[in-house]
Design a protein around this ligand. Structure first.
Ligand code: UT7
Length: 335
């Protein structure tokens, strides 16, 4: 290990969204809801739905190939693959291992990370540590979700909000002064029952009764999650900016977890940011949980919305309850 820390940053980005679009109007025919309610309460207009035979690791693979190409590195150069998801392919093994196999990333370790919608910033934070110490050179961090397979399509409280998709980044060494400037991981486990899938694990193994009661689907206390989100999105962002030794006026772009327009607008307001400095795509994709930030980041890079020297704040909240974020200075080599 070197006796100084190496600067970690993002070398490449990629995303994948399934082609099938499910609009609010279509949802009106499925549950007791309206396009107007969904748009005004959440901001979602449509979302993408993965094909029945497509798993979370399949989505992850597609985003990962693009991220590797964008970074200009081959799969055999990867030291580690971290797949963040709360809609795993299977309980065991980790979907990251399926991605490793399909990519041919034969040198890489691989594991899944579950931190709800905060998963991607958790994964990016972990990757940063391995790069900083010199223990690893290239790490693939993926956020991938197949939430359409774990929501109850008869529950209007949840099914209208979520969507499927994947985003991925390659993390590696960048120039001094660029890359990851600050990270923060938090959790409030006291709120775990506000957003969870009750059955299918060791706490409540799946049986005919749990199936009948639909306990293997997402259960959410939306109001409590909303309250938590409004509080922590503001707190985490302010603390992150301070930890990065920046002023609020130094922020060029906020990439928040895409869950609800009202939560995003509140955070932007508290940071004194106009909405043109905030990346929002939940109108098109809904809440893609741990995939939402890497998808939004990849789109912002691809559309030229990010330029070298930009200070970017990524901040998220989710099941756990968890929250956290990463501050990045975008560099020449990144993306
Ligand atoms: O990534 C983390 C994932 N979770 C979240 O981000 C969720 C955070 N929470 C939220 O975004 C919001 O709480 C929701 C969008 C889920 C709900 O918005 P709300 O303003 O908190 O609505 P509410 O839950 O207080 O419901 C208001 C009314 C209720 O009817 P009553 O009791 O007032 O008669 C609900 O039954 O809206 C009703 N409602 C709906 N109506 C039409 C709930 N869902 C729907 C629906 N369509 N889909």
């Amino acid at each position: 290990m070197p006796n100084h820390l190496i600067q970690a940053g993002i070398l490449g980005v990629g995303s994948y969204l399934p082609e099938r679009i499910l609009t609010n109007k279509e949802l009106e025919k499925m549950v007791d809801t309206t396009d107007e309610w969904i748009k005004s309460r959440s901001g979602v207009k449509e979302r993408r739905i993965a094909e029945p035979e497509m798993s979370t690791s399949d989505l992850a693979l597609r985003a990962s190939r693009k991220a590797l190409e964008n970074a200009g590195i081959g799969p055999e150069e990867l030291d580690l693959i971290i797949l963040t998801t709360c809609s795993k392919d299977m309980i065991i093994p980790a979907g990251a291992c399926l991605v490793q196999q399909e990519l041919g990333a034969t040198r890489a370790g691989a594991f899944d990370l579950e931190a709800g919608c905060t998963g991607f910033v958790y994964g990016l934070t972990i990757a940063t540590q391995f790069i900083a110490t010199g223990a690893m050179k290239h790490i693939l961090v993926i956020g991938s979700e197949n939430l359409s397979k774990v929501v109850n399509w008869e529950d209007r409280n949840t099914c209208v909000l979520f969507g499927d998709g994947a985003g991925a980044v390659v993390v590696g060494q960048v120039h001094a002064g660029e890359g990851v400037l600050a990270t923060k991981l938090s959790a409030e486990g006291s709120g775990w029952q506000h957003l969870y899938i009750p059955a299918g694990g060791s706490k409540m193994p799946a049986d005919p009764l749990t199936l009948e009661k639909k306990l293997h689907y997402v259960h959410m206390n939306g109001k409590e999650v909303f309250r938590y989100a409004v509080r922590v999105m503001e707190e985490e962002s302010l603390n992150l900016v301070k930890a990065a030794n920046l002023e609020l006026s130094d922020i060029d772009l906020l990439i928040p977890h895409q869950a609800n327009n009202r939560i995003i607008e509140h955070a932007a307001k508290r940071l004194g940011l106009s909405m043109d400095k905030v990346v929002v795509n939940l109108d098109r994709y809904g809440n893609t949980s741990s995939a939402s930030i890497p998808i939004a980041l990849a789109e912002a890079v691809e559309t030229g919305r990010i330029k070298a020297g930009d200070n970017i704040v990524m901040v998220a909240f989710g099941a756990g309850l968890t929250s956290g974020g990463v501050v990045l200075k975008w560099g020449e080599r990144q993306g």
